[in-house]
Design a protein. Sequence first.
Length: 150
Amino acid sequence: MKKALVAALVAATAILSTPAMAQFQKPEDAIKYRKASFTVMAAHFGRIGAMANNRVPFDAKVAADNAAIVETMSKLPWAAFGAGTDKGDTRALPAIWTEQAKFKEGADKMQAEVGKLAAAAKTGNLDAIKTAFGAAGQSCKACHDDFRKD
């Protein structure tokens, strides 16, 4: 009975840990993943910003679609800041790993502000989008200021 229980626990541990190991075989894979996540998020955020700053005509559907993408993308990069991903082709500052609570707080704030942006974009109200865009942008900038090399 004990052997069966131990075998089951070992199997369960192997099965549950396989997705995490498979996702990032090497630290370089994690760095590429998080950079790609941020790049896609920035591209769609920029499309909303162009409308919020009157550089392109406002289109409520385009704003809502892009805000939804930004909201989804805002959840992705954080798993890719694991051990060993502080070296290599990255602009991440060491503070990410030495001040993890502050980094997580910044990530959580950004996600909350991006959620507000997505909600504002669903209303189709440009003034609401502008306000939410400004707050979301400030949350991004705060994290860049503290945790990213220029």
